[in-house]
Every structure is written in C-alpha cells, then in structure tokens.
Design a protein around this ligand. Structure first.
Ligand SMILES: [Zn+2]
Length: 317
C-alpha cells in the first residue's frame, strides 16, 4: 500500500518535470523572428540603429525588437534585400532607419509596405557633404565604393549627432506607442547621460590637436574628424579588396606631402592592406577605427566601440 503511494508520487513528480520541460521548451523555441501576439514589432535596418533602439526600448516588456540585417552586415552600401528581410518587415509595426540614403532599398520597402510607419533617426540632423575632392577626374566615376548621393549619412559617428538620433527614435516610438511614451523618454535620457562622457573625453584628447590633417578610408570617419577638430585632407573609398591605381597612388602621395599628412585612418571592418602599403611608401602611420556598424548586440557596444576609437585617437595625437 505504502509503495503504491510512493510510486504515484514519483510518477506525479515525473509528469511535473516533463511538463515543465515542455513548457520551457515551448518558451525557448519562440525565436525572435516569430511574431508575438499583441507585442509591438519594431524592426531596425542595421546595427547602429538596433543598438540605439535597444537602449530606448530598454526593459519595456511588450515591445519586440528585430534587426533586419545581421550584426556583421556592416554599412548598408549596395545592400540587396533578401526574401527573409521582406518577411521580417511584413510583420513590422515600425521600421527604424538611419536615413540620408544609406538604406538605398527604402523605395522597394515602401512600395511593398506603403502603410509601414518609418522612423528616420537622422531627421533634422545637419549632414556633411560627401567629399570627393581627393580622387578627381575619370577615376572618380570609377570609384563606386559609396553611392549615398551628395550627403554623408554616417551621422552616428559623431556622438552628439548620435544622441539626436536616439532622441528621434524615442519620439518616433512614443508617437506610435503613446502608452510607453514616458518610458521611451526616460530610457533615451538615461542612455544619453551614459554617452555624455565620450564627449568630454574627446574634448580632452583633441584640445591640443591643432591643425592635424588626416586621410580617411571610409567617409564615416568624416564625422569623427569633424567632431574632434581633425582636418580631412582626402577620402579614399575602396571596394572590398581593391587596390589603388597608379594614378590614385600618385595623387595620394601628393596630398600627403602637400598637406603634411601623418595619419591614415582605416576601418576595422575592411582590409588595411592598401593603407599599410601607402603608409610604408609615405612614412605615415595607419590607425584602425571602428565605424560601429558591427558588434555583438550588447546595448553598450556603441559606447565600448567609441571608447576604443578615442583610445586610438589619443595614441595618434
Ligand atoms: Zn558607409
């Protein structure tokens, strides 16, 4: 008799354990891409927008955030929408983009989803012009590395402009989801407070920078230079593993000499081979910066990346 109860007890415990496991399993199979009932589906175009939105949304529970592209996709130059991207967008209640033409596929998105609310983070932010003064002539037409139009859309590389983007995202989400307006505002303010020290630190580093001429290998660094008082003597845009033509190289050597350039700023996300060769030839030094378009998804990854950039700048100056 007693054994019977023990057996029943064990059986009951087993059933409980199994059902708990089933419930747990169901929970974890609910992957991020699956739409959840009642939750606001927010989609970002690429990494820097994802990190900004992640901080603005914070711990608000019934918001579901998805980054349309992969965390290692990088800048969206020449990005082609995939069927998966279109599917992600089909369930979206809001699409957060940087704007300024960097999402060159936006027309296609709007054609397919004319009712999708789009939050443009760079709204109202003064953009730098794309500088193509370096390589001019017929070779400029061949340089198709960047096709963003006349404005340089990489505003997130200037911390103060990035803070404006965070603010725009908070305002955009608040108008779509007024119930959480206060929380978006508070989260955005808290994030901007965390970004603030980057400004003070940069001012300290660049106080004695004076007229420092640099050459940059991606026009996202134009904002970094602009924010910290460095002069961009030339912009070189390379495609993937492109090499410089003899003409480009000669031009570059001339600019380096004329403007007494000592530093070449290259992007972590691309090969530094060409820059290293130029540096060797010209006696300049190569510094590697992060354009903050890739990462591990950690909400603090922008801050960490920018801190690393500032450490590079400190070393360079
Ligand atoms: Zn770019």
């Amino acid at each position: 008799m007693k054994n019977k109860y023990v057996f029943a007890g064990i059986l009951l415990a087993m059933i409980t354990a199994v059902s708990a496991a089933v419930i747990h399993f169901t929970t974890i199979t609910e992957e991020p891409h699956e739409e959840r009932e009642g939750a606001l589906e927010v989609v970002t175009s690429f990494y820097p927008m994802y990190i900004a939105a992640e901080n603005v949304i914070g711990d608000i529970t019934d918001i579901h955030l998805t980054n349309m592209t992969r965390p290692q996709t990088g800048c969206l130059h020449d990005y082609q929408l995939s069927p998966e991207d279109m599917q992600t967008l089909s369930g979206a209640d809001a699409f957060i983009i940087n704007g300024g033409g960097i999402e060159s596929f936006l027309d296609t998105v709007l054609k397919n989803y004319p009712d999708l609310p789009v939050i443009t983070a760079s709204d109202g932010i003064a953009m730098l012009e794309v500088k193509t003064f370096g390589i001019s002539g017929p070779e400029a037409d061949m340089d198709k590395g960047h096709d963003h139009g006349d404005r340089n859309p990489h505003v997130w590389m200037d911390v103060s402009k990035y803070m404006q983007e965070v603010d725009n995202i908070a305002k955009g989400l608040a108008s779509l989801d007024p119930a959480h307006a206060d929380q978006y505002r508070q989260n955005a303010d808290r994030y901007c407070e965390k970004l603030e020290p980057l400004q003070t630190e940069a001012q300290e580093i660049t106080r004695d920078a004076g007229q420092t001429n640099i050459i940059i290998f991606h026009d996202s660094f134009a904002y970094f230079a602009d924010a910290y008082g460095l002069q961009v003597a030339d912009v070189i845009e390379l495609e993937e593993d492109n090499t410089l033509s003899a003409g480009q190289l000669a031009h570059l050597m001339q600019v380096i000499q004329e403007k007494e350039v000592k530093m070449l700023f290259v992007e972590k996300q691309y090969s530094t081979k060409v820059a290293e060769a130029v540096a060797k030839e010209s006696g300049t030094r190569v510094y590697v910066l992060d354009s903050l378009v890739t990462g591990d998804g950690d909400p603090d990854s922008y801050i960490r990346g920018m801190e690393e950039n500032l450490a590079v700048l400190r070393e360079a100056l």
